[in-house]
Design a protein around this ligand. Sequence first.
Ligand SMILES: [Mg+2]
Length: 222
Amino acid sequence: MVFAFDLDDTLYTEMDFVRSGYRAVSRELERTSGLDADTYYQGICARRPVGFEWALEQYHSHGGSDSQMSVEHMIELYRGHTPDIALRPGARDTLEALGRAGHTLVLVTDGSTRHQRSKIRALDIEKYFDDILISEETGGDKTTDIPWKRVEERFGAPGQRFIYVGDNISKDFYLPGIRGWRTVMMRDREGVNVFAQHIADWPPQYRPRIVADDYSTLLNLK
Ligand SMILES: [Mg+2]
């Protein structure tokens, strides 16, 4: 079987990436001003989405010495930071078990090369995948045929079965579903996902075939 995985909020928690970026920016602000990183961090989190604007005011009123500091520079620091993130419990064991069982593993994720590659590096997961499709590199996100077709063309064989494992009901299950893939939604049991999973609000064709509470469900698919 071909198991294709989403990345954000499927294999790790996306808000952890956001917080890790805020911490990196906060450490840099602390380095050249009289306010501590924790105060910056708490303030930036509490004031989303205008946390950086607030932090810049604090920076100036606490003797910030870097004249180049700006919201744009903070965004740049955020984008370029080395993320401090971890796979969700059970994800690594399952990726390894699926690989050992001889299945093909693919990553299909939307986003920029820079962000997605830095997450993949931080999570140390590149080694598990036979192919990694990032929308900026393939030229089409999950709302287009591009990633699905590429996986089918590369790994298709008579009788081959395709499975997509994701979290986001607005785009993760509709297209693979109508192409005949099985779709699995990893349930957001702690309510931490960026995109909330209100399945009943969506038309049936958007919904996943299977809702999984943990990754081990994937090991039992026939
Ligand atoms: Mg996702």
